[in-house]
Design a binder for this molecule. Structure first.
Ligand SMILES: NC(=O)c1ccc[n+]([C@@H]2O[C@H](COP(=O)([O-])OP(=O)(O)OC[C@H]3O[C@@H](n4cnc5c(N)ncnc54)[C@H](OP(=O)(O)O)[C@@H]3O)[C@@H](O)[C@H]2O)c1
Length: 321
C-alpha cells in the first residue's frame, strides 16, 4: 500500500481507503463487516471513513468495534456531521452547538478519544461560515479532532472558507470529499481548481460508481442477486449511473483493463488516483474479496495511451448520458 499526504497537511493516508455508507452497520452483517475492515487494515489501509448519519450512528459503532484492537496511532479515522440525527431544529447542520454535540457523540460511538479528520458532510447556508470554522478550530484546540475537512461544498464556498480562515487566523481545512469517478466527473469543473489553489486534498467517494465500474452489471441483463443495484434499500442513487450507454462503455473499459492486467475496478480506482490532488479513494465493500481486489489498485501507474483511451470513452460530461 502506498500513502499520500492529505492536502498540505503532514497526515499520511492510504491511497485506498474504506468507507461505511450503506454497508457496515447497515446491509452487511456485523461479522462480515468486521472481517472486511480488519482485512483492509492488514493490507495496509489506514484511512477509514464514516459519518454520524450512516444508519444513525450504527456505522460508527460497528467501525469502532472492528478497529478497537488496533494501535490507535496506526489509524486515521474520519467521520462527518451535517445530516439530521433527530427531529429537532438543532439536530442537524453545522452550528457550533450541533458540531460540538455530534463530535462527542461520534467519539462515544467509535470508542475513541479523538477523531483524525472531522468533515462537514455538506455546506450549511443557515449557519454563518465564521461560526462553523471557529467551532472546527476550537475542536482542534481541544484535541477532540486533529484535522477538519468538507464534503460536496461548492467551489465558491471552499474559497470563501479558505479566505475567512486566513483572516481569522484559523487552522486550515485540509480535505474535500467529492463524489468522483469515470461516470461522474462534475467536480473537475471548478471544485478541483479551488482545492488545488487552497491546498485541500481530495478523498474521493464512490470511486467505483457504487460498483458499476467493476463491470459486473451487463447491458440488457438484470443486476445479479446480492449486488447493490438489486437491493431496493441501497440502489436509490444508481439509476442514472446504470444507463444502457454507461453499461456499454464500462464493458469497453473492461477490455482495456484486461489488456493492462487489471480488473475494471482497479483501473477505475487507478484513474482517480492519477490526480496528484487525490490523496485517497474511499471504496465501499460488502465482502473481504472485494477489499482484497481493490487494494491492489494502489501504486498502479496508468500509461498515457490508457488515459487517452479512458478520456475518449468517458469524456467529462457528468453521469446519466
Ligand atoms: N461524502 C458523501 O456524501 C459520501 C457519499 C457516498 C459515499 N461516501 C463515502 O464513500 C464510501 C464509498 O462509497 P460507495 O460505497 O458508493 O463506493 P464504491 O466503492 O463506488 O462502491 C462500493 C460498492 O461497490 C461494490 N464493490 C466494491 N468493490 C467491488 C469489487 N471489487 N467487485 C465487485 N463489486 C464491488 C460493493 O457493492 P455490492 O457488493 O453490494 O454490489 C460496494 O459496496 C462510503 O462508504 C462512504 O464512506 C461519502
Amino acid at each position: 500500500m502506498k500513502y499520500r499526504n492529505l492536502g498540505l497537511s503532514g497526515l499520511k493516508v492510504s491511497e485506498i481507503s474504506l468507507g461505511s455508507w450503506l454497508t457496515f452497520g447497515g446491509v452487511v452483517a456485523e461479522e462480515e463487516s468486521v472481517r472486511a475492515i480488519r482485512r483492509a487494515y492488514e493490507l495496509g489501509v489506514n484511512f477509514f471513513d464514516t459519518a454520524n448519519a450512516y444508519n444513525r450512528g450504527q456505522a460508527e459503532e460497528v467501525l469502532g468495534r472492528a478497529l478497537s484492537g488496533f494501535r490507535r496511532e496506526s489509524l486515521v479515522v474520519a467521520t462527518k456531521a451535517f445530516f439530521p440525527m433527530d427531529e429537532g431544529p438543532n439536530d442537524r447542520g453545522l452550528s457550533r452547538k450541533h458540531l460540538f454535540e455530534q463530535c462527542e457523540a461520534s467519539l462515544r460511538r467509535l470508542g475513541l478519544d479523538y477523531l483524525d479528520l472531522y468533515q462537514c458532510h455538506r455546506s450549511d447556508d443557515s449557519t454563518p461560515l465564521e461560526e462553523t470554522l471557529r467551532a472546527l478550530d476550537d475542536l482542534q484546540a481541544q484535541g477532540k479532532i486533529l484535522y477538519a475537512g468538507v464534503s460536496e461544498w461548492p467551489a465558491e464556498r471552499i474559497r470563501q472558507a479558505a479566505l475567512l480562515g486566513r483572516q481569522m487566523n484559523l487552522r486550515p481545512l485540509v480535505s474535500d470529499q467529492p463524489g468522483y469517478n469515470l461516470l461522474w466527473r462534475d467536480s473537475e469543473a471548478g471544485v478541483l481548481e479551488a482545492c488545488r489553489e487552497e491546498g485541500l486534498g481530495w478523498v474521493v467517494y464512490s470511486p467505483l460508481a457504487q460498483g458499476v465500474l467493476t463491470g459486473k452489471y451487463r447491458p440488457g441483463s438484470k443486476p445479479g442477486k446480492g449486488t447493490r443495484a438489486a437491493d431496493k434499500r441501497q440502489n436509490m442513487f444508481m439509476a442514472r449511473l446504470m444507463s444502457p450507454r454507461n453499461l456499454k462503455r464500462v464493458q469497453a473499459m473492461a477490455g482495456l483493463a484486461r489488456r493492462l492486467k487489471l480488473t475494471p475496478g482497479q483501473l477505475a480506482l487507478a484513474w482517480c488516483l492519477r490526480l496528484p490532488e487525490t490523496a485517497s479513494v474511499i471504496t465501499g465493500a460488502t465482502r473481504v474479496a472485494q477489499v482484497e481486489e481493490n487494494v491492489k489498485a494502489s501504486g498502479v501507474q496508468l500509461p498515457k495511451a490508457a488515459l487517452d483511451e479512458l478520456e475518449r470513452l468517458f469524456p467529462r460530461e457528468g453521469a446519466g448520458n
